[in-house]
Design a protein around this ligand. Sequence first.
Ligand SMILES: [Zn+2]
Length: 724
Amino acid sequence: MKRLLIPALLAAACSSGPQSKPATEAAAGATAAQTPPSPANPPGAATAGAPSPAPPAAGQPAAPTAPAPAASAAPATKEPPAIDESAMDKSVDPCTDFYQYACGGWLKRTPIPEDRASWGRGFSEILQRNEALLHDILEKNARGEADPANPFSQKVGDFYATCMDEQKAETASLQTLQGDLKRIDAIKDAKGLAKEVAVLQARGARAFFGFSSQQDFKDASQVIGGADQDGLGLPDRDYYLKDDARMKDLRALYQDHVAKMLLLLGTPELAAKQQAQTVMRIETALAKASMDKVERRDPIKIYHRVERAGLKKAAPNFAWDVYFQELGAPDVQAINVLVPGFFAGMDKLVAKKANLNDVKTYLRWKAVEAGGNALGKAFVEERFRLNKALTGAKALLPRWKRCVQMSDRALAEAVGRSFVKATIGDEGKAIAREIIEGVEGAFERNLAQVDWMDDAARAASKDKLRKINNKVAYPERWRDYSTMNIGKESLLANLEEAARFETKRDLDKIGKPVDRNDFQASPSAVNAYYDPSLNEMVFLAGIMQAPFFKTDAPQPANYGGLGLVVGHELTHGFDDEGRQFDGNGNLNEWWDKRVADSFKERAECVAKQYDGYTAVDDVKLNGHLTLGENIADIGGLKMALAALRQRRGGSLDSRTEHDFFVAFAQTWCTNYRPEAARLQAQTNPHSTAQWRVNGPATDNPEFAQAFSCKVGSPMAPQNRCTVW
Ligand SMILES: [Zn+2]
């Protein structure tokens, strides 16, 4: 479970938090193409992709599809200035709405591209430049131009070239899918079912549940298995269970979408409609058995180390031994069952032999869903119809962008080798390390001021802080892809192979010492993350660019950008989830009860504050869903400013303070389609951009001072929430 900086829905920023796998905040539905879940959740790049509920079990095929214009040149945007006067709207009082003051000009003049659900000045524009750079690398690899930095250039080139060949998607990919469907049709009994569930999951389909490696929450030195809820086609359980008009409409649309996809495969119309009803019935039952996303934020609620025997007890009618054998983890016994009730619910679905045909219908759908975006045009456009309803994106991403995403997801640390060579240099890494150390120093100095802690908690927090492992830009040792077989015929076969490779790589970790070299996100991702079990912060090369960071940018801009990101990730180690893990990554109450209660009281203040913020129309933020991210944003802003002040010898002039706050706000300027804002507020742990600026600024007395805000004005309340 990692905490990302931005929502994956949007595409890039930070995540943290306990999950079986480091669940990146990818959960929001959008679709940037990252392999495993990972860092922060930045607003911005929401694309037209497949909505994804839980963390993809393994290498999920990426998302979107589109009518393919030939590989056109990517319109790379130029790097923005660190602090952009023209992005501001100085007619707005900064003490009333700082976000509008800092971003108003940009928000007015910047349309959302047709193929995006939202567009941000920081995350999206970097994403767009990264996309153009990756495109260039992939085109070269596809032409057979090897990159000396990447020994797997040929695989990368073959993957991308096959993806770009739409004709092969119409034919060879469809054949691959039909092979999957035939195997499902041949299932005759419980053993056959368990075996096929393993095959489908390993190939990237979200069949029923997910199984992956995780560190034992209570003994972080052990890597065990984690069995978690999954299996939904809509973004979250609420989409199946809530009764409001919009959810009802989306359910109807989803059911119709399932039927249309089956129809495209040649299922007769009436049968396709009946099968879609069956899928809906099964997914609704899974949704009912699933744990709510707010509850899931509490690591204690998703920790049940009941081992394989306990899993068998929770779902006795599923042939677990056959499943683990097929999955390639025949001996695994040490297992955390995150949500036991989910497996009991699933068991009811598979218990009766008479239900086998319905379960097979569901599995057929999961295979089609996973492969849909790799098929021909009609399938891809039908997948997009669902995505459009969920995110508001108006057009499918052009084929080359979809292929960039899929290639990066499949071969992140092969493409990444070429990417980092072209982006971050050694000098950049050194300056970034200096910022990280500065922010850590600020956090340590601040501990002395935290009056709700006792000395023991303060000392233990200092110890945890010192144990944090920082990773910058890209791994020391790159992943070895020599056992991944990429062909030149079927895109879907390649995606399935990439998922198989990732599943094996992940499950091979069980029972071995923890791998501290591993990166849980693509080096090109515009994101960062904190992982509480590893007690580590990771800043990916993709985010270490303007406006967040630039070697020669003014200091206030680098601290308002990357400094804030560092402060945010660091504070995740001490938010409502992260603080439950000690310096060694173990879930363990390491504070006195009085200290813990004082923390909770302060956190509750933050939850209430954000409950009052409106994301769009009648949709408010969920203060408890976003609590960890908001605590991280509030702490991050404070620590970044303190680090800048220290860097400047202990004091700042008012111009520098202004620049710092404006630079911070301008990394977040984001326009959302209403659907995207709604989706984010309802499913994502990250607040929408406006509140990632105004929330932390409101809680920061130095902000009010810098802009001479009168006590009682909207950005300078009488009483503030302060956790750190
Ligand atoms: Zn975060």
